[in-house]
Ligand binder design. Sequence first.
Ligand SMILES: NC(=O)c1ccc[n+]([C@@H]2O[C@H](COP(=O)([O-])OP(=O)(O)OC[C@H]3O[C@@H](n4cnc5c(N)ncnc54)[C@H](O)[C@@H]3O)[C@@H](O)[C@H]2O)c1
Length: 337
Amino acid sequence: MATSRLLSRLTLVTAQGALRVKRRLLRPLAVKRRTTTTQINMATSRLLSRLTLVTAQGALRVKRRLLRPLAVKRRTTTTQINMATSRLLSRLTLVTGGGSGIGRAVCQRLASEGASVVVADISEESSNETLRGLPGDLRGQVHMAAAVDVSSKESVKKLVTSIQTHYFQPPSVCVHAAGITQDDFLLSMEEEVFDRVVQVNLKGSFLVAQAVAQALVAAGATKGSIITVGSIVGKVGNLGQANYSASKAGVEGLTRTAAKELSRFGIRCNCVLPGFISTPMTDKIPDKVLSKIKSLVPLGRMGDPEEVADVCAFLASDDSRYVTGASIEVTGGLFIG
Ligand SMILES: NC(=O)c1ccc[n+]([C@@H]2O[C@H](COP(=O)([O-])OP(=O)(O)OC[C@H]3O[C@@H](n4cnc5c(N)ncnc54)[C@H](O)[C@@H]3O)[C@@H](O)[C@H]2O)c1
């Protein structure tokens, strides 16, 4: 269960070095319960810049959390330190669209943090390919692959039932990453093209969130985390994507409403808004357009699917236990205004 994101700073540290770091982290954190935030900030420590917003009480919790992953023996190797990252141990998770791009990266990230992952995609072959690449060496991990069409209520119900049959519980984390684009200009877009994109992206989000929430409530689960994937273009629009941007704006509204309705069951709902991420979906964009987009991104590049997965893992974990109804942009700063 030891969570150790700060330890990523230690990946180059030798075993002996880890002990020195441990002492350094301890020194500034050796504060009494009533120590003020200002005093904490005055403590000289580069790592403590991460703590500027923590209250005095919070600092004690942070101290415990920093200590736990650092409680390693002198001869512990860096690899072993990294393996200590397991925020999602014993969690059953469902990832739709898990056969490609962002969904696949999410599956890998959740599994690397100890979760059992159900990889679901309309392409069973892609689901299986993702499944084969998942790490499964942490305690009690059992992954499975499944086929689902998220735009079909029957198919989604069947998926959730088969998960419950397999694991004797519903998934407590669901990342709904399945999505499609079918671009055309508003003046020429066919009705079927509009409908299909809305059916997969928006109705699919509704069907998946509803089925998972119903199963969690029926099982008397005390907590859950549903994560939808919107898009920055749902906020700002995009040429040729009237259907897509409308569907993604809808996903945000759906997620906020779900957050309001489901919080009393301990189920949190949040939306991730990627910008332009390198996946098969954006492979279709002509190079000329891509370089124009890159020039608009303050961080100067496209995002990687793993960078969206990092945020999903945070929302899946208890680190985000006080976050619900939020939309988190993962855009490299694109369209911040
Ligand atoms: N790549 C980006 O730049 C970007 C930006 C913003 C939002 N998004 C969103 O992120 C999500 C993942 O996109 P990606 O870039 O990884 O795309 P991708 O095409 O690589 O992956 C999408 C996956 O969804 C699956 N899928 C499609 N229709 C489905 C259906 N009806 N039922 C089940 N699965 C289905 C596909 O088979 C595919 O495996 C999508 O919701 C997309 O809209 C992507």
